[in-house]
Ligand binder design. Structure first.
Ligand code: PHE
Length: 340
C-alpha cells in the first residue's frame, strides 16, 4: 500500500518544478503508482473492490492537492527571489534622459510673435517658393528695376524664385483681406549673399504689417520702441536711420546697440557698434492701390526683422552660422532658457 506520509515528505523535499513534475508523473501519471493499484481493482472480489476504489480515489485527491500546493509554493518563492534581485532602489539617481527641446531660433521667433500677438496681430504664413510678382513686382519693383539688385536672388528653373524676404506675405494678405489688417508673418528666406558673421544664404525674417485709417510714422516708431523694450529690456538703445525700400515711403532701418562689444566695434557689428535688426517704413501708396486699397483713406506701416540677429544680440552669439550648424554643443547651452 502507498505510504502517504512518506510521499508527502518526498514532495516537500523537491525544490524545483522539474523535480516535482517527475515525482508527480511517477505517482499520478498513466504509468504511475496509483494507476497500477487502480488496474488491480478488477481482480478483487466485488465487495472489497468498492471499498478499495473509494480509498484509492481519496488517496488520489490527497496526492493531487499535496502536489498542487507544492507547485504554488515553489512558484511563489521563485517569484519572491526574483523580486528581491530585481528590486528598484528609489534612492538611486535616475539615468539622464535626453529630451529634445525647441531649437533656439524657433524660441526666439515665438517670443517675438507673442509680443505682437499681445498687440492684436494675427500670425500668417506664405510660401517659400514665390513668383516674381509677389517678391518684386507687387512690391513696387517692376522687371529691370535696379532695386531688385538689393536682393541677390536664387531663381528656379520653372521661372519661380526662393523668396528673398517675407514682404510677399504683405501682398498675399492684402489680396484676400480688407483693412484693418494687422498681421505678423515669420518664415524662411533665401539670398545669394556671401556668408559672413551676420549673413547666411538661408535665414529667417518676421514681417509685420498694419493697415488702417490714419496710421502714421509715430505709430510705427511707438510700435518698434515697444517691441525693442519688450525684447531687450528698458535700457536697450535703439536708433532709426533713414533708408530706402521701394515698397515703403519713407523707409527706415532700425538698429540696436551691439551688446557683444557694447558699441565699441567687433566683427558681429562690422565695427559699427550697432546691429541692424530690421527694415521698416510706411507702406507705399502705390503698393496699396495695386491691391485696391484706397491710399487716400488707408495708410499703413510695415517692417521686416531678422530673428537671428536679434538672437545674437540677446545671447551674445558671434556668428549667424551657429543657428544652422545644429552643433549640440551650441544648442545645449539654451537648455534652461525656457522663459517663453
Ligand atoms: N523686406 C525688407 C528686407 O528684406 C525689409 C522690410 C520689410 C523693409 C518691410 C520695409 C518694410 O530687407
Amino acid at each position: 500500500m502507498i505510504d502517504i506520509d512518506k510521499i508527502k515528505k518526498q514532495v516537500e523535499q523537491t525544490s524545483t518544478l522539474d523535480e516535482l513534475e517527475a515525482l508527480r508523473i511517477n505517482l499520478l501519471g498513466r504509468q504511475g503508482v496509483l494507476n497500477s493499484y487502480l488496474k488491480e481493482l478488477k481482480n478483487l472480489p466485488l465487495g472489497e473492490r468498492k471499498k478499495r476504489g473509494e480509498e484509492l480515489n481519496l488517496l488520489k485527491e490527497e496526492l493531487e492537492s499535496v502536489v498542487n500546493k507544492k507547485i504554488e509554493a515553489i512558484t511563489s518563492s521563485f517569484l519572491l527571489e526574483r523580486l528581491k534581485k530585481e528590486s528598484i532602489d528609489p534612492y538611486l539617481p535616475p539615468f539622464p534622459i535626453n529630451i529634445g527641446r525647441m531649437h533656439i531660433i524657433n524660441r526666439i521667433i515665438n517670443k517675438i510673435v507673442h509680443i505682437f500677438e499681445r498687440l492684436g496681430y494675427e500670425t500668417v504664413e506664405g510660401p517659400e517658393v514665390e513668383t516674381e510678382y509677389y517678391n518684386f513686382e507687387a512690391l513696387n519693383m517692376p522687371a529691370h528695376h535696379p532695386a531688385r539688385d538689393l536682393w541677390d536672388t536664387f531663381y528656379l528653373n520653372n521661372g519661380k524664385l526662393l523668396r528673398t524676404h517675407t514682404s510677399p506675405v504683405q501682398i498675399r494678405t492684402m489680396e484676400s483681406n480688407r483693412p484693418p489688417i494687422k498681421i505678423i508673418a515669420p518664415g524662411r528666406c533665401f539670398r545669394k549673399d556671401n556668408p559672413d558673421a551676420s549673413h547666411s544664404p538661408v535665414f529667417y525674417q518676421i514681417e509685420v504689417l498694419y493697415i488702417d485709417k490714419g496710421v502714421n510714422f509715430a505709430h510705427l516708431k511707438g510700435t518698434l520702441e515697444y517691441f525693442a523694450r519688450s525684447m531687450f529690456g528698458r535700457d536697450q538703445e535703439v536708433k532709426f536711420v533713414l533708408s530706402y525700400f521701394p515698397f515703403v515711403e519713407p523707409g527706415a532701418e532700425v538698429a540696436v546697440k551691439c551688446v557683444i562689444c557694447k558699441g565699441r566695434g567687433c566683427i558681429t557689428c562690422k565695427q559699427t557698434g550697432w546691429l541692424e535688426i530690421l527694415g521698416a517704413g510706411m507702406v507705399h501708396p502705390e503698393v496699396l492701390e495695386r491691391q485696391n486699397i484706397n491710399s487716400k483713406i488707408y495708410s499703413g506701416f510695415a517692417f521686416g526683422m531678422g530673428p537671428e540677429r536679434i538672437g545674437m544680440l540677446m545671447y551674445g552669439i558671434n556668428h549667424i552660422r551657429h543657428f544652422l550648424d545644429n552643433d549640440l554643443r551650441f544648442l545645449n547651452q539654451f537648455k534652461f532658457h525656457l522663459e517663453d
